[in-house]
Design a protein around this ligand. Structure first.
Ligand code: NDP
Length: 282
């Protein structure tokens, strides 16, 4: 079998186009504020991409860049200002933060109604309790890709590799909500290859370059590779050995060009949802 390639860039572009059309029809522009602290170079790229995509889709978007030695209390005060600013619908504080700032304190300070990253414990709880809320962007993007790939989810055996708060856990919740039979695997899982081979849907989010080998993939599986890693040669690769996996999978996304663009598009989708909910138009 040679896999169908899931083009995350194209799906993300379509989603951004749909969002732009919905925003053009609104009597207001949803407001997004991205806060960056310090000069982490990877964060710089992410923040620029988010800002550019938001502006292009018609959002009122701005980045607030604070120095690396910003005190936690000052960042918390800024978050409070954004919480009460009626023009702001979505707040995103780019991680990682410098060591003097505790990320969990900052996340907890964001108004859950404006928490477009979906990391606030209230939103994590709502997802687990099957209540409406803001869902983390990366797993939300994966669900779009699975639907786009025509994956049959109800009743399917889904394996999520990784149990982080921002990808693995919410991913498992979303797959469960879509009626998959979900296994969450992690660094303490016994016989990872066997767990993966059973998967009809495999989502890899471990952060280990090409750890998932071709022979770990079941024939006809739909594989979503969330990982973004540099391999020994400095090349950007996913968590899955793409060429070998594509021999067995029914569908798989490349890295780059898979989940990354979807994460940004879903951030915009969350901001629009937050704006509509806050303004009572939901
Ligand atoms: P974390 O490091 O927070 O979590 C990694 C998870 O993988 C942990 O649950 C860990 O298990 C598990 N793991 C690590 N090593 C192994 C192993 N050898 N065998 C089995 N499980 C293992 O990472 P994130 O969830 O934040 O990110 C995962 C990947 O996704 C990264 O490559 C990251 O760059 C990428 N990413 C991509 C995004 C995108 O937009 N495309 C957005 C966010 C992340 P344990 O809990 O036991 O330690």
């Amino acid at each position: 079998m040679t896999a169908r390639i899931i083009d995350g860039k194209a799906v993300a572009e379509r989603l951004r186009g749909q969002l732009a059309a919905r925003i053009a029809a609104l009597p207001f522009r949803p407001g997004l504020r991205v806060v960056r602290v310090g000069d982490d170079p990877a964060s710089g790229v992410y923040v620029r991409n988010k800002d550019r995509a938001a502006a292009a889709a018609g959002f009122d978007s701005a980045t607030i860049h604070l120095p690396a030695d910003t005190r936690e209390s000052d960042l918390l005060m800024l978050v409070e200002d954004l919480n009460i600013d009626p023009a702001v619908d979505g707040i995103l504080v780019q991680l990682p933060l410098p060591p003097q700032i505790r990320p969990e304190m900052v996340i907890a300070a964001i108004d859950p109604a404006k928490d477009v990253d979906g990391f606030h414990p209230v939103n994590a709880g709502r997802l687990a309790a099957q209540q409406p809320g803001l869902v983390p962007c990366t797993p939300k993007g994966v669900m779009h890709l699975l639907r786009e790939a025509g994956a049959r989810l109800a009743g399917a055996r889904a394996v999520v590799l990784g149990r982080s708060q921002i990808v693995g856990r919410p991913m498992a919740q979303l797959l469960l909500a879509a009626d998959c039979t979900v296994t969450i695997a992690h660094s303490r899982t016994r016989d990872l290859p066997a767990e993966c081979r059973r998967a009809e849907i495999l989502v890899a989010a471990v952060g280990r370059a090409e750890m998932v080998r071709g022979e770990w993939i079941g024939e006809g599986a739909v594989v979503i590779d969330v990982g973004i890693n540099h391999n020994g040669a400095g090349k950007l690769v996913g968590d899955v050995a793409f060429d070998a996996a594509a021999e067995r999978a029914a569908a798989i996304n490349p890295v780059p060009g898979g989940v990354g663009p979807m994460t940004i598009a879903c951030l915009l989708e969350n901001t629009l949802e937050a704006a509509l909910a806050r303004r009572g138009a939901h």
